[in-house]
Design a protein around this ligand. Structure first.
Ligand code: HEC
Length: 139
């Protein structure tokens, strides 16, 4: 009996102490290619009743995306890299509390309470939100 308890205790300590390690592995998982191909189009997409993310976030806001070059509908590689660096600040690897996830999400759906740019998604089931989540979780 005693040994069983000790065994459980040891396993539990083992599991707990593994957590920081798995988190730091997660931090390697923000994937640039995924960002470029899947996440950036979300910043450019027009949603009914909302301005596009890029309309506000290319200037004047703390999350600073690169302005699109004249005549260009998307970002080139160098601009995408800069966007990736900017978004890193609001995408905490593995954390569903990342501002990127909760700021544009409606509060009843688990978002925070105010984003000057509006609440672009009413549900975590929204495919665009799911894409952001996959980016942050690295899966
Ligand atoms: C109408 C303008 C506007 C639009 C459109 C907009 N935003 Fe914002 N956003 C802001 C402003 C202004 C702030 C800073 C004040 C605040 O947090 O509300 C902000 C803040 C943020 C932050 C927090 C930045 C930080 O440094 O903590 C995130 C993340 C964000 N926006 C993501 C988005 C995403 C993703 C979209 C598109 C789905 C979007 N925003 C659309 C204006 C906008």
């Amino acid at each position: 009996m005693y040994t069983t308890v000790v065994c459980w205790a040891v396993m539990l300590v083992g599991l707990l102490s593994q957590q920081p390690a798995s988190r730091s592995t997660a931090s390697a998982l923000l994937d640039f290619e995924f960002f470029k191909i899947k996440v950036q189009p979300i910043f450019l997409a027009k949603r009914p009743g909302h301005a596009r993310c890029i309309s506000c976030h290319a200037s004047g806001t703390p999350l600073r995306l690169q302005p699109l070059s004249p005549g260009s509908a998307t970002w080139n590689d160098e601009q995408s890299r800069k966007n990736f660096e900017a978004v890193r600040r609001v995408a905490f690897p593995g954390s569903l509390k990342s501002p990127l996830l909760i700021h544009p999400l409606a509060e009843p759906a688990g978002g925070d309470f105010f984003h000057s740019g509006g609440k672009h998604w009413d549900s975590q089931n929204d495919p665009e939100w799911q894409t952001l989540k996959a980016f942050v979780l690295g899966s």
